[in-house]
Design a protein around this ligand. Structure first.
Ligand code: ASP
Length: 337
């Protein structure tokens, strides 16, 4: 039986057209363009349908409501299709891939996010390959998780980061192998692929709007400037530290602030500014006190995954200690200790 794929078109460069103010998506324009791509409609390809989102977005405008909208579209069409391809802008694709990986509990079908750096309608567009290969991968059904396909690489969605603003190989997952590479053939790295969830049905956890912040540490940072936002306004903070989790110790303000934030119920997760490698709290004096102050280690999670995981765990209504524990656990392949 021919596989059936549902393409969810949310916006992004892939379907954009030039306007006086720069590229923008155009309502009702893209479906006919896809139908005109011969390879997408040839007999060896899965059958596909497309759902166009309203409004189509530049992905810089994606927020919790749109993640929920994508999640609901997958849940509502889950039994009808063998896999899903989500067309999305590249700017926040890694965040959305991370968010979907957490919100789609019990997923056992492929969900592949893709897009392009050059619109389909332009010369030298990378849209065709990204799209055709994503539909093929979704139809092959070898992966059963949320992935991101771009520039010949299939990546675990919650390990992916956008690494280039203009290159056609725009994504990487510096802390985890590619799940597949598409050259002449598509080679899957079967050891890296998680087995499908068995005997559980799909459950969508819609995200709640939650006050989450990302604070990047830099030389000369005055933590006291951030005190009120860290201790009063935010429920979850991703602290992007140096190297293996280090913070400057010239300023005594940070640890009491983290302690106060923790007492206030805020989860402070320590990630690294380095794209690859892992946080090791206590490896240096400059990180040793973070754990005592109540911070949790994000190990080698990307900031994108840590942000999405905080939204997810806060949406589950767990108590603070359980959120802390789960932030340090591997839930969907996003973290390796
Ligand atoms: N600004 C665009 C977006 O994220 C960039 C892209 O799709 O490549 O929607």
């Amino acid at each position: 039986m021919k596989k059936r794929i549902c393409i969810l078109y949310t916006g992004g460069t892939i379907g954009m057209v030039p306007t006086e103010k720069g590229y923008a998506p155009k309502k009702g324009y893209f479906y006919d363009r896809l139908r005109a791509i011969e390879d997408l409609n040839e007999p060896n390809m899965p059958d596909w349908d497309m759902i166009e989102f309203e409004p189509l977005l530049d992905s810089s405008n994606i927020a919790v409501d749109q993640w929920n909208q994508i999640g609901r579209a997958i849940r509502d069409n889950y039994d009808t299709y063998d896999g899903f391809v989500v067309l999305h802008g590249t700017d926040t694709m890694a965040y959305t891939a991370s968010a979907l990986s957490f919100m789609l509990e019990g997923l056992s079908k492929p969900v592949i996010l893709t897009g392009s750096q050059i619109p389909l309608c332009q010369l030298r567009s990378d849209a065709r390959d990204n799209l055709i290969t994503s539909v093929l991968i979704a139809g092959q059904g070898i992966v059963h998780e949320v992935c991101l396909y771009f520039g010949g690489k299939l990546l675990r969605g919650n390990c992916a980061v956008k690494t280039s603003a203009d290159g056609l190989i725009a994504f990487d997952s510096p802390n985890f192998h590619s799940l597949a590479e598409a050259g002449i053939d598509i080679h899957y790295n079967t050891d890296a692929i998680v087995p499908p969830s068995k005997g559980v049905s799909l459950n969508l956890v819609e995200f709640r709007q939650t006050s989450i912040g990302v604070l990047k540490v830099f030389p000369g940072i005055q933590f006291s400037l951030f005190e009120s936002i860290m201790t009063e306004s935010l429920k979850g903070i991703v602290l992007e530290t140096f190297g293996a989790g280090n913070i400057p110790s010239y300023d005594d303000a940070l640890l009491p602030i983290i302690k106060k934030a923790f007492e206030h119920g805020t989860i402070v997760t320590v990630c690294s500014q380095c794209p690859s490698g892992t946080v090791k709290l206590g490896a240096y004096q400059t990180s040793a006190a973070l754990t005592g102050a109540g911070a949790v280690s994000g190990y080698n999670m990307t900031t994108e995954a840590a942000v999405a995981k905080l939204y997810y765990l806060f949406s589950l209504d767990l108590d603070r200690d359980l959120i802390k524990t789960k932030m340090e656990e591997n839930l969907r392949g996003e973290l390796i200790k």
